[in-house]
Ligand binder design. Structure first.
Ligand SMILES: [Zn+2]
Length: 260
């Protein structure tokens, strides 16, 4: 994506989000972990026909008013700041990430501030942002999307009885002739408050070759969003794009394949 933006770019040179110097050839556009609001921007600018367009019309108007430009989870960083930015982008959203880079720039020792792994909630948002690219990787040309949400009685295995057994599932589907990409999250809340556990799953099903289907799921432990080694559940053979993504976010080493 960043290559695309760079070649399409016209007008004044990009300036570093931290120090305002022109980015130049050694700088780059860095894409941080998306926030919910960033995903709305990506949904709107992808321009994919949507099953429920009321909300999208509202968002499209907001994005048009703001001017398209770079995605709100992208920051241009100069040669001096781009390396720290790349590290920060694997764990932080754009606000947290630029703060991290600024601290590093001031000489603060930031090594202990970088989380060991992305959290399950962050991974779910990264999957949602990747859906269109995964669908294009499948060979789809025309895409449609369909979102859904429902509450169900579905107690998560191994959860204590302080957790509400009614879970909240949200699903996002991008589909075309060549196959379907589905991401869903399933959230269980404490009786006393929100988010006791979260599961994030991506399922990719090629249209004419079901044997090439793959799926990756991750379910948080009770009371934490932390990802630990061995938590990833993988069925089938993830695509090259997904293998790159697992490596980029430090999850490749935690991957334990499960024959389907
Ligand atoms: Zn800079």
């Amino acid at each position: 994506m960043s290559e695309q933006r760079r070649t399409d770019q016209a007008g004044p040179p990009h300036r570093c989000a931290l120090c305002r110097t022109p980015v130049g050839e050694c700088g780059d556009a860095i894409e941080f972990v998306p926030r919910a609001v960033d995903l709305e921007w990506h949904d709107v600018t992808a321009g994919i026909p949507h099953s429920d367009d009321d909300d999208m019309d509202r968002l499209r108007t907001a994005v048009d008013a703001a001017g398209a430009g770079d995605a709100p989870d992208v920051a241009w960083l100069c040669a001096r700041h781009v390396a720290a930015g790349r590290v920060a982008a694997t764990r932080f959203d754009i606000d947290e990430g630029l703060h991290f880079v600024a601290l590093a720039d001031q000489g603060v020792d930031v090594t202990g501030r970088l989380p060991a792994a992305v959290r399950v909630d962050q991974w779910g948002r990264l999957l949602r942002r990747a859906m269109v690219d995964l669908a294009i990787e499948l060979g789809n040309l025309d895409l449609e999307r369909d979102d859904g949400a429902q509450e169900t009685y579905y107690p998560m295995a191994g959860s204590p009885d302080t957790i509400n057994p009614f879970t909240w599932t949200e699903s996002w589907v991008v589909a075309g002739d060549a196959g379907t990409v589905c991401v869903y999250t399933e959230r269980a809340d404490w009786y006393s408050g929100p988010v006791a556990r979260l599961e994030a799953v991506v399922m990719v099903t090629p249209g004419y070759d079901d044997a090439r289907r793959w799926e990756i799921g991750i379910l948080s432990d009770v009371g934490t969003m932390e990802v630990r080694p061995g938590m990833l559940r993988i069925e089938g053979e993830p695509s090259p794009y997904m293998r790159d993504m697992l490596a980029r976010y430090g999850l490749a080493s935690t991957a334990v394949g499960t024959p389907s």
